[in-house]
Design a protein around this ligand. Structure first.
Ligand code: MRU
Length: 360
């Protein structure tokens, strides 16, 4: 993996989390934000897997887009192998890529979509077929940009006047375009509906204060960061008009896996009669899972939690539990907003009907 200084500190307003350039995947390194705008260049599938694991690229749709380009990297590498080794090597690379982050279904979805185009048992990889994969990866990227706009449109219409609260990061860093939940409140701000965005810092690795605050600052949207444990008090002291979050996977019944802390926010929203909205593209729905109970939840390194101690680390062991995501039951969700429309009080029937376009 190498750094590209020429791409650093670009003044462009929209950050490009993932792009394909000259046969390589270029990532805005989100581990270095907000202080440094560094770009990583991944030339191999292994380098991309490493970048996904360490969260240089993160956020469900952005991981899906990166995964799609990762399949193209894998194909470029496998094309150099003898014909009889291609199929096995390709499958292995794609499996490793898929396992890099298990909760966000967008990764599995994107890899599956590209894999369907290739049957290497029957036909060898050629330049033409690698190009075909690249076109499909670009389609996934462009489709996400379009979905983001549609989600922003639907979601902004739904919001009442007043400040909103969000968690984690759901903007251009987490997607291909303007974001999901972020796209909604950014649009509503421009419509003068939202005077301020409250942002949970999002422990343990601070995607809220590091990434969402960075995006809001760039877009000149007024914001205030709170520690995660201040949300109840905020709702008690200020009239919050809505909580809006993204999602990493949505089960068939509408249960939502999202950044750890989302479930607490949904409970608080209910207690304070604040609408709780989830915004996500269709690629985040996993209709193969009946409920949120079967969504795999990533357990991450304990260091993410302990690192706040810095030099003040004691010499005894501190046991840690560090799940990256939690499940919000659909009963606590006022609406899910996707590019096909708004699913009020989501349940299995309504989700199926909106996603298939068939009135059940
Ligand atoms: O661990 P992360 O930073 O990848 O978690 C991201 C989230 O939980 C986002 O809310 C979700 O992926 C939606 S992004 C539009």
């Amino acid at each position: 993996m190498s750094h590209d200084p020429a791409l650093n500190n670009s003044p462009a307003v929209a950050a490009q989390a993932v792009s394909w350039k000259e046969g390589k995947v270029v990532l805005l390194d989100q581990t270095a934000l907000p202080k440094h705008e560094n770009y990583l260049i991944c030339s191999t599938t292994e380098e991309l897997i490493e970048a996904i694991r360490k969260l240089a690229v993160r956020g469900a749709p952005a991981i899906g887009i990166a995964g799609a380009y990762g399949v193209v990297l894998a194909a470029q590498e496998v094309k150099k192998l003898p014909r009889e080794k291609q199929s096995g090597a390709f499958d292995k690379k794609l499996k490793d890529l898929e396992l890099a982050r298990p909760t966000a279904v967008n990764l599995t979805w994107a890899i599956g979509k590209l894999k369907k185009l290739m049957d290497l048992e029957k036909t060898p990889l050629t330049d033409e077929r690698v190009h075909q994969l690249l076109c499909e990866a670009r389609n996934i990227h462009e489709e996400d940009i379009r979905s983001n706009h549609q989600i922003a449109e639907f979601g902004a219409q739904l919001l009442e006047k007043g400040p909103i609260l969000t968690v984690c990061n759901t903007g251009d860093l987490a997607t291909g375009g303007v974001g999901t939940a972020f796209g909604i409140f950014a649009k509503a701000y421009r419509q003068n509906k939202i005077p301020r965005v409250y942002v949970c810092e999002t422990r343990p690795i601070l995607q809220g204060i590091r990434l969402t605050a960075w995006e809001l600052n760039r877009q000149k949207i007024p914001f205030t960061v709170i520690c995660d444990n201040m949300a109840a008090s905020l709702m008690q002291n200020e009239k919050i008009s809505a909580v809006i979050t993204g999602a990493d996977r949505i089960a068939a019944n509408g249960d939502v896996a999202n950044k750890i802390g989302t479930y607490s926010l949904s409970l608080l929203a209910k207690a304070h009669s604040v609408p709780f909205y989830v915004a996500a593209p269709q690629s985040t729905f996993d209709l193969s899972l009946e409920s949120g109970k079967s969504i795999p939840i990533e357990q991450r390194n304990h260091e993410e939690v302990l690192s706040v101690l810095g030099n003040n680390r004691p010499d005894y062991a501190i046991p840690v539990w560090n799940p990256a995501f939690d499940i919000t039951p659909h009963s606590l969700i006022s609406a899910i907003i996707c590019e096909r429309g708004v699913i009020n009080y989501p349940n299995q029937e309504k989700i199926k009907s909106v996603l298939t376009g068939i009135n059940l």
